[in-house]
Design a protein around this ligand. Structure first.
Ligand SMILES: N[C@@H](CCC(=O)N[C@@H](CSC=O)C(=O)NCC(=O)O)C(=O)O
Length: 276
């Protein structure tokens, strides 16, 4: 494992590391912010999952997360959004292939050779973080757009693994929107029954844990009506009695300006559970 960057920030350290992922079969970068801590102290970890076209850099450079992580004494880990490299399948479109891993385990060639982002972010990366950094095994997950979908699905598929979950502008029902239909057709094939295992709205009825969900959504988001449709998850949650808070914000778009505006509320939500 190689450290590519280190920067002092808010009394702690923002780093970027490169490592070889056995699960993905390629080299991967991730960002990790570690607050100031006592010698030997281990801190809980917030995993951030980014959206389409992102690398590990977008969140660590644009969201302003380090101030909140330092305030709440949590580590923040931000992985890349797909396997990468010359030997990894890709597509010229921004919403498929490298930069668009959708946090699932692909079953269809050529994608199945490397695209196992669910197992990477849920299993392999936390195991590395908890072995090689000052991290405890108290975890939470949040994300944006495709990464919001990833956060919701990671929590719903893995009861007991995360103490909190939240999302900004998530793709809540990928089976019902063009981004998800395109990616799931490629990565999972034509059987829509297989798709349901990676769709938060479809998974909610079978959830064995009622972990509260916090969602923030901008009303000036150009993807809101076509790709995101957060009301689909909110309606299903209401039907099932699953705790979900959907906050709609007039004037805010899909960008990191929106994320930065409300990220402090998400850190407070996560920290309450992680330190509780
Ligand atoms: N067509 C656009 C779409 C890319 C985009 O908006 N990406 C978002 C996430 S969208 C859902 O997953 C993003 O986070 N972009 C990075 C950023 O720093 O803003 C395009 O190709 O630009």
């Amino acid at each position: 494992m190689d450290r590519l960057e280190t920067h002092a920030a808010f009394g702690g350290t923002q780093e970027v590391w490169k490592h070889t992922s056995e699960v993905l079969g390629c080299e991967m970068n991730f960002g990790i912010f570690t607050p100031a801590r006592e010698p030997g102290e281990r801190l809980p970890v917030v995993y951030w999952l980014s959206g389409l076209t992102c690398s590990e850099q977008n969140f660590i450079t644009k969201a302003g997360a380090q101030a909140y992580a330092a305030q709440h004494r949590v580590i923040v880990v931000a992985p890349d959004t797909s396997p990468r490299g010359e030997g990894v399948a890709d597509d010229p479109a921004y919403d498929l292939g490298q930069g668009a891993g959708f946090y699932l385990n692909a079953t269809e060639a050529p994608w199945s050779a490397h695209y196992r982002m669910h197992d990477y972010v849920v299993q392999e990366l936390p195991a590395l973080i908890e072995a090689d950094f000052a991290a405890s095994d108290r975890r939470s997950v949040m994300g944006h757009s495709m990464g919001g979908h990833g956060a919701l699905v990671a929590a719903l598929r893995n009861p007991g693994r995360y103490l909190a979950v939240s999302a900004f502008s998530p793709i809540v029902a990928p089976m019902q929107v063009p981004w998800g239909e395109k990616a799931f057709s490629a990565y999972l094939g034509p059987d829509r029954a297989a798709w349901a295992e990676w769709d938060a709205t479809a998974l909610l009825a079978g959830a064995t844990e009622r972990l509260p969900i916090l969602i923030d959504q901008g009303e000036a988001d150009s993807f809101l009506d076509g790709q995101l449709k957060p009301w689909l998850l909110a309606e299903e949650a209401a039907r099932l009695g699953h705790p979900l808070r959907l906050r709609r914000h007039p004037g805010y778009d899909h960008s990191y300006y929106f994320i930065a505006s409300f990220l402090g509320d998400h850190f407070a939500h996560h920290a309450a559970a992680l330190h509780g």
